[in-house]
Ligand binder design. Sequence first.
Ligand code: NAD
Length: 504
Amino acid sequence: MSAIETLTPAAVTHWIDGKAVAATSGRTGVVTNPATGEVIAEVGYACIEDVDRAVAAAKAAAHDWRATALSRRAEALFSLRNLIAENRNRLAAFVSLENGKTMADALGEVARALENVEFACGIPNLLKGGYTEQASRGVDVYQIRQPLGVVAGITPFNFPAMVPLWMLSNAIACGNTFILKPSEKVPSASVLIAELAKQAGIPDGVLNLVHGDKVAVDRLLEHPDIKAISFVGSTPVARYIYETATRNGKRVQALGGAKNHMMVLPDADISMAADAAVSAAYGAAGERCMAISVVLAVGNVADPLIQAIRERVARIKVGPGSEPKNEMGPLITREHRDRVAAHLDKAVQEGATLTVDGRTDPAMQTNGFFLGPSIIDNAKPGMACYDQEIFGPVLSIVRVATYAEGLRLINENPFGNGTAIFTQNGGAARQFQFDVEVGMVGINVPIPVPVSYYSFGGWKSSLFGDLHMYGPEGVQFYTRSKVVTSRWPDPGASKVDLGFPQVR
Ligand code: NAD
């Protein structure tokens, strides 16, 4: 029996002050298995009072947690890391069941999530400040970083385990207490993480979980005891979160959507570029914010590259993620699948060429929310397939004459999450790295998600706020700096001096 088959549908509850707590609003939603279309769980949505209860628990736990020795906090994170590793199959099974991605992909997500917890285990070192002896005669100056207090994270459906752990590992390690509002479509991975955090010895109230929709989010954005909001999701919601939470005086990092271009230069290895484009466009059914959704084929590379991509696309096996033979699972909901599929007709109406139509895939005949991989050739700015984030298994090809034309398209695009260049010319790649206005760049790497000890974030409409997520910038986000100037003079030498303090 697979790990997924052993999971039982459950009523998904909040997790407040170390306990499962039922929602009191009476409003509920359902979790659907996208591979079958079946409802598998019910989620109680938070009302304002539920959120307030979670904030009160987080506030009550904040003082003791902040005062806990750094090595004890690191120890708890280390135990969490080990428990997640021990439970990786269960966690991945929840991800696969509710999100639809294949088990292999879900295990990859958990592996990347673990790296974020591992990074946070180094918190004693990460929080070291600076010290200057003798800044003036007998005067020392030092800088420390302190936690913010109660902070909250709001996460999307496409990484049910990894994105919550991007946020909460560093937030908690830094000494904050945390409230997570996961995507209501994929809540179970978060519940398991909260249970494991308790087993790991993270005190009650340090990590809390509320499920729900805009009602819960809006209360988090306005609650006076919440000091910072981390958000990952679509650009319109990211913009709303940023504007609302900053208006309420909070620190915000709000990561939004993407349109990631992969430029293939004429000297690139066609086979390697095609492998990379197909892997990055159709992995997780294109529902990754770092998915490649546009290939910029430069000059005469276009025809052989598209041929190589087509050959690979024809071999992709679509079906339930629980079956190891399948490489691509369903999309998250029927409505989303239909929205993605509608782009195919629209692209043709707007003058593009539908080279591969994923609607012919046999998996579409089932009740799951499947769509086979599609290729749109001759896409251009001004067409919906190019201008909008599709977030599905659709790869658009834009034929450009030169590197400069391709670069201009990337830099003019309102999104700036990820991008990649494929070439064998180091000088061209170096120039691209210098020129391109995007936050994460791959050189012969199609999905350049930074490792946990760098930070993750896009530019332009892909991120609202100043600091990227996780890694060193995550630590900066979840702490504020304090600078202390101190001296221990002989009180006998003390006198009044109304002048502005100067270095002596
Ligand atoms: P979404 O914006 O619909 O939802 C994200 C979260 O916001 C969920 O928890 C949801 O409950 C909440 N939410 C939704 N609408 C809201 C509203 N009107 N007011 C307040 N809260 C609201 O995103 P999604 O569909 O879950 O995820 C897919 C999107 O996330 C894509 O656009 C993808 O590019 C983006 N994403 C970005 C990154 C990144 O790092 N930049 C990573 C993953 C996903």
